[in-house]
Design a protein around this ligand. Structure first.
Ligand code: SF4
Length: 71
């Protein structure tokens, strides 16, 4: 069985661009006036792994990390 794909978000790096939210609104959230995005979950569904990779690449602040399996 393969391990779930996890996601981490460094809120100290995040600059609230919101790109991640537009790519994966089920995973990332950016409340109004928030200084940083937050995670709604720390694992993504297998069907969302490609979108997560895109979010990692698209984040201008390099605040998103994709991790595999339990740490
Ligand atoms: S794309 Fe990056 S900088 Fe923008 S809200 Fe998401 S984590 Fe923050």
């Amino acid at each position: 069985m393969s391990n779930p794909t996890g996601v981490r978000l460094d809120q100290a790096r995040c600059r609230s661009y919101g790109i991640c939210v537009s790519i994966l609104p089920d995973v990332f959230d950016l409340p109004p006036n928030a200084k940083a995005a937050r995670l709604l979950r720390d694992e993504v569904d297998p069907g969302d792994v490609d979108d997560l990779s895109e979010a990692v690449r698209a984040c201008p602040a390099q605040a998103i990390t994709q991790v595999s399996g339990p740490e």
